[in-house]
Every structure is written in structure tokens, then in C-alpha cells.
Design a protein around this ligand. Sequence first.
Ligand SMILES: C[S@@+](CC[C@H](N)C(=O)[O-])C[C@H]1O[C@@H](n2cnc3c(N)ncnc32)[C@H](O)[C@@H]1O
Length: 249
Amino acid sequence: MSEKITFADKKRKTVERAEFTEDGRYLRKVRSFVLRTGRLSDYQRDMMNDNWESLGLDYQNTPFDFEAIFGNNNPVVLEIGFGMGRSLVEMAEQNPGRNYIGIEVHTPGVGACMAYAVEKGVKNLRVICHDATEILRDSIANQALGGLQLYFPDPWQKAKHHKRRIVQPAFIERVLEKLAVGGFIHMATDWENYSEHMLEVLQQFPEQLANQSETNDFIPRPDFRPLTKFEERGHRLGHGVWDLYFIKK
Ligand SMILES: C[S@@+](CC[C@H](N)C(=O)[O-])C[C@H]1O[C@@H](n2cnc3c(N)ncnc32)[C@H](O)[C@@H]1O
């Protein structure tokens, strides 16, 4: 019988994978996250071990074959940083004609998402515990995605940390390679300065992206986006919410 993976091993293997320059020097990366501590409960760990075969995907350096993975060729929507995954599972449940891939580096979040997916019986969802920028670069074929969701990404509030924000021109260039024509980019944040930054970055691609906002900036909060944990927290703190929705031309 094959040995069960421990998720401490998985985290070490996937998140701390060192990268090197061609001449062998360690490549220091600017990451969009710090690994939060948080205990993976026994229940979450068991759910991950018992369901990884059917609901989990691992990093690979060749593109995923989505048709083989999902057994259909429905559009695939990628969500980066799903947190505890409740809203992602709800979206998958509400949209059976789409397939969802969720990526999160916070292992207890991956466990919680899987447990909820099992509870809801959703089959059109796969979760990955890895840095999303590496998955986008290596494991997703060009034009393979029907959409990208980025809800309440870490805002990195201090100016000296703005370089750690995941939304940067190079990130959007990569996303554009992976999106099919007609595919969407949907972002939301409760941090006004980040919403302005997101808009500024997305507006740098006028040939490839069409803003769906009537006022050419933000859209009203759409009903189809379930409330997320961080959005709820933002409400408690009295923050506003800004949604951005662009389509690849
Ligand atoms: C502020 S939380 C928001 C979580 C959730 N979307 C919500 O609204 O409740 C941002 C999440 O993005 C994850 N994250 C940040 N950068 C990531 C990356 N490069 N790859 C995967 N997950 C990432 C973090 O671990 C964190 O859980």
C-alpha cells in the first residue's frame, strides 16, 4: 500500500521549493504571501488524505489535461487564494456547467475547502496547494482558462511592500496568455488603494482587455459572487468593496 503524504511534507515540497539561476545561485523570489500558521485539524487532514485523488491536483511542469481531469470540456475558471474556500465551493455548486480550479498556499484552508466540497458533493472542483504564480507559469496551457477569480488578495498595505502584491503587469501578461478569448478576469478588494492599483494595471492592456464597467472603472458588487470570509471581515471594519471585471478581447 502506498504511504500517505503528510501535509507538512507537501507544504515543504511545494512552497519552499528552491529555485536557482542558470549559474547555480539561489534565486530570491518576491512572494505574494507569507505562510500563516494555523492548525490543520485532524478532520481536515483526513479529508485531504482521503480525497486528494479525486479533488486534489499537484504542481506539474507540464500543462494539466483538463478534459481528462474533469471528464468534459466545460470552461475552466481558476481562483487564486481562496482562503477557507467556502465561496469557491458555493460557486462550483451553483455553476455545474463550469469547472473550477482553486489554488491556495494556506494548508488549513485547503483542508477546509476540501471538507466543504465533500459535504456539498461538488465534482467540478479541484484544489491545489502551491504558489499560484508557479502553477500559472508551468501547469496551465496557453488559452486554457475561461476565467480568473482573485477575491480579496493580500493588500500589502505599506508602500514598501507593494511589490509583493500579486497584481502586477507581469502577472496580468501571464494571465492573458492563459485566458481564452472571451475569458474574464474578476477581482475584488476591500482596500481602496489596491483597487486603484488593480485598475491602473488592468488599464495597461487596452488592446487585450475590455473593462465591463459602465463607468470604465468598477462594477457594482455582483450577486453571483458569494460573500467571502475576508469580505465579511472588511464589512466589520467598515471597509468598502470594489469589484473589477474585464473580458479578454
Ligand atoms: C486575504 S486572503 C483572502 C482569502 C479569500 N479569497 C477570502 O476572500 O476570504 C488571501 C489569500 O491568498 C493566498 N495567497 C496569496 N498569494 C498566493 C499565491 N501566490 N498562491 C496561492 N495562494 C496565495 C493567501 O494564502 C491567503 O489565504
